[in-house]
Design a protein around this ligand. Structure first.
Ligand code: MG
Length: 393
């Protein structure tokens, strides 16, 4: 479909202006159905790449047009490049560790609190929903979403702040996410991901005051799929952190700021739906030149984030445990510097120094690994003597 024709379709959708029409639009498209002959089976990937060109918007990234990998390698027979990247991330050790890393609440004992893993899955779900409606590349946006927080430290943002102070030159999680996929995974071979996935990971982070949309071109992901993850990340955490804070008894629904709730909705589900539809409508209206959000929904979303910072992220009772986390990471940092050969990767020490190796070791830890190692190194074990007889003799 030519770009202008796609634009006409988009304008028609906006004029008709309901999401029911989007459903009808998708159902009415006559997509090619492949005859699964031997010749197709011989190279499924090429057929899937051809299908991307038929069904995705002209503005979508295409697997066959990737800018490539850090190291050249043969293509897979079955999976196009971005699908392969998604799979590599799911099978990585760093991805599995996300299940024991803090989102907001430290080492939650309640089964229903988010962890960094479930946050990541929610970001992937929201990203795919947006990408699908916009006819962008779902697997590329999914790969970026699944990889975006791989570099997070134990103990959430408190852990990131501690490492930022400890490590000469500072620390941030998105650079560490890139280091994991480029260098550390796969026995230091890296995952050798495509440029598009790496670019999306590098540009997802907004920090405390950054905007999810409207960044200058030089500061945003070069693909629309990467820009989706940036806005889906905020959409996910603003809503699930409110939900978890209410579960923890730190927030009540009536504590939330009134205006954003009136605009976006009274539940996480309603707010996510409102934000997603707004992103889709605003991006269609801008003819997919970049991922957008309307000014009013953006302002309401950012107001919720500001509220969360004061009421939850920097709240004294919610962060009391994080002060202990500071002591744990500080103690471990000192100990691994005292005995680097016992803990740190010899290749990293030789190539980049002890600080770099200590950064990789500490940042890669799960909450419970850090706590257990601290206990092993710093807490004396109680002496276990002979068992007393029942009569005390
Ligand atoms: Mg995130």
């Amino acid at each position: 479909m030519a770009e202008s024709a796609h634009g006409i379709c988009v304008l028609r959708l906006i004029r008709e202006s309901t999401f029911n029409n989007l459903t009808t639009f998708r159902q009415s498209r006559s997509l090619p159905i492949y005859q699964w002959s031997k010749s197709v089976m011989a190279n499924i990937r090429k057929h899937l790449e051809a299908r991307e060109r038929q069904i995705l918007a002209p503005q979508a990234a295409k697997s066959a047009d990737t800018r490539g990998r850090l190291r050249e390698e043969a293509e897979d027979d079955v999976r196009p490049a971005f699908q392969r990247d998604r799979d590599r991330i799911v099978h990585s050790k760093a991805f599995r560790r996300l299940k024991h890393k803090t989102q907001v609440f430290f080492a939650p004992t309640g089964d229903h609190y988010r962890t960094r893993l479930t946050h990541t899955l929610e970001v992937a779900q929201i990203s795919r929903t947006i990408a699908k409606v916009l006819q962008l590349h779902e697997e590329l946006t999914e790969a970026i979403a699944l990889g975006h927080d791989l570099g997070h430290t134990p103990f959430g943002h408190a852990g990131e702040r501690v490492l930022d102070e400890l490590i000469p030159g500072g620390f941030n999680h998105y650079q560490q996410s890139l280091r994991i996929v480029d260098v550390l995974e796969n026995d230091r071979q890296g995952l050798n991901l495509t440029w598009e996935v790496r670019d999306g990971i590098a540009h997802h982070s907004k920090g405390k005051g950054g905007s999810p949309v409207g960044m200058p071109a030089s500061q945003r992901s070069k693909t629309l799929e990467g820009q989706i993850v940036r806005v889906a990340d905020l959409t996910a955490y603003v809503n699930h952190d409110i939900d978890d804070a209410q579960r923890a008894g730190i927030l009540r629904p009536e504590d939330l700021p009134k205006d954003p709730v009136a605009l976006l909705g009274g539940s996480s589900s309603a707010r996510i739906g409102r934000m997603v539809k707004d992103v889709v409508e605003a991006t269609f209206a801008g003819n997919l030149s970049e991922i957008r959000m309307s000014a009013e929904v953006l302002a309401a979303t950012l107001e919720l984030r500001t509220f969360l910072f004061s009421a939850v992220y920097e709240n004294e009772s919610a962060t009391a445990e994080f002060k202990k986390a500071t002591g744990i990471l500080g103690g471990l940092w000192e100990k691994v510097h005292e005995r680097p050969k016992d803990f740190l990767d010899a290749r990293t020490m030789a190539d980049e120094g002890v600080d770099a190796a200590a950064r990789d070791f500490l940042a890669g830890m799960t909450d419970r690994y850090a706590v257990n190692l601290f206990e092993t190194l710093f807490i004396p074990k109680p002496w276990v003597g002979p068992i007393d007889l029942v009569d005390g003799q």
